[in-house]
Design a protein around this ligand. Structure first.
Ligand SMILES: *Cc1c(COP(=O)(O)O)cnc(C)c1O
Length: 406
């Protein structure tokens, strides 16, 4: 098979839709156009049936009851609902929320909003391996803690958190536990009962489904979780999220989830092998390269690497026929290193030179070989031009150098 350019290697940002998902959705754009809330005729019943089928498939992925699945516009909305909805509903019970400093912005910025509403938020800073342990969560707990929100898998460094242990801890203390499982849903085994999860966010476009549709799991019993709605209206979705359902999107999400479940085990083995081969090539051909986040306790489709003495942005420019993500977010004027890597204690040198490689269902061995070779070539070339790298090779200890500022 010949390579097709550009090569997509950014599967944590979004995934291409699986053609089987597309096919399943097609009829719901035209002939089956009913409103799932129309109770008086067959157009409505047909749409409602399709939504119910999808709801069942989506609940099965996490061992939930279909009635516990609430459809949203995506995980950003689900995360907002979990934090703001719980905070408002349980504010008489307490004022304190725990999350981590390396959550997705949908969580961090919702938590920041809650601070402006008068809530106290603790942002746990995980150590260099990126893992937030139950012990760290326990240390942050207070008598007035009402919610803990810790992600299942990190979108930048791919690290997996001990969700079951954190869930058990929270349940024991009577504190609600939300997990942003957007990167883990359909990719790693999750069971809301076994893991004592009360709320969970997921999104279709991270699992080979369409963009603009997501879900929030809201536990119905033991304990029954209540949420204040953010979007009010016709009382859809148990009153928690009004608005006409995105029937075609939901059908696609359901099909995407079903495919993920069928292929999860095999896919994880395949991706782990691809990733390990990719990593081995990098480590063989380069003398300084670092893995960001835990070496093995991570998503099979993620490898986040730092190449010191090379600017992430220069590297990305060199990799112009490959779609990858740099740890630096280029804001208007300054080049800010990733807040995730900084919170994990990575210094500026490593944070600035990081690249996230994301693999997935349509990644091939040829692509991986090509990108590994291309990356090592560019890193070596950029380093040849780097005075810093030359100094290091000559044995200069950079930490002892006194820099002249201008
Ligand atoms: C992508 C992502 C989100 C946001 O999901 P959308 O559906 O794009 O709004 C939230 N959390 C994590 C961990 C993600 O990876």
């Amino acid at each position: 098979m010949s390579l097709k350019f550009p090569i997509y290697m950014d599967y944590q940002a979004t995934t291409p839709m699986d053609p089987r998902v597309h096919e399943e959705m097609n009829p719901y754009f035209d002939e089956k156009f009913g409103n799932a809330a129309s109770r008086n005729h067959s157009f409505g019943w047909e749409a409602e049936k399709a939504v119910d089928d999808a709801r069942e498939k989506l609940a099965a992925v996490i061992g939930a009851d279909p009635r516990e699945i609430i459809f949203t516009s995506g995980a950003t909305e689900s995360d907002n609902m979990a934090l703001k909805g719980v905070a408002e509903m349980y504010k008489k019970k307490g004022n304190h929320i725990i999350t981590s400093a390396i959550e997705h912005k949908a969580i961090i910025d919702s938590a920041k909003r809650l601070e402006t509403w008068g809530f106290d938020v603790t942002y746990i800073e995980p150590p260099e391996n990126g893992i937030t342990t139950a012990e760290m969560v326990e240390d942050a707990m207070r008598d007035d803690t009402i919610l803990v929100s810790i992600m299942a898998a990190n979108n930048e460094v791919g690290v997996l958190n001990p969700i079951a242990e954190i869930g058990a801890l929270c349940r024991g203390r009577g504190i609600l536990f939300h997990t942003d499982a957007t990167q883990g849903y359909g990719k790693i085994p999750i069971d809301v009962d076994e893991m004592n999860i009360d709320l969970l966010s997921a999104s279709a476009h991270k699992v080979y489904g369409p963009k603009g549709v997501g879900l929030i799991y809201v536990r119905r019993r033991r304990p029954r979780v209540r949420l204040s709605a953010i979007i009010d209206g016709g009382g859809h979705e148990r009153g928690m999220r009004s608005g006409t359902l995105n029937v075609s999107g939901i059908v696609g999400f359901g099909k995407a989830a079903e495919l993920c479940m069928e292929e999860m085990e095999e896919e994880n083995i395949r991706l782990t092998n691809l990733r390990d081969k990719f990593k081995a090539t990098m480590f063989e051909s380069l003398d300084e390269v670092y893995v960001n986040g835990h070496e093995t306790n991570r998503l099979s489709g993620n490898l986040n690497l730092s190449f010191p003495y090379v600017e992430g942005e220069s590297l990305i420019m060199g990799l112009s026929d490959v779609a990858v993500s740099s740890g630096s977010a280029c804001t208007s004027a300054s080049l800010e290193p990733s807040y995730v890597l900084k919170a994990m204690g990575r210094g500026d040198e490593l944070a600035h030179s990081s690249i996230r490689y994301g693999f997935g269902r349509f990644s091939t061995e040829e692509e991986i070989d090509y990108v590994a070779e291309k990356t090592t070539g560019i890193v070596n070339r950029l380093r040849e031009m780097s005075p810093l790298y030359e100094m290091v090779k000559e044995g200069v200890d950079l930490s002892k150098v006194e820099w002249q500022s201008h």
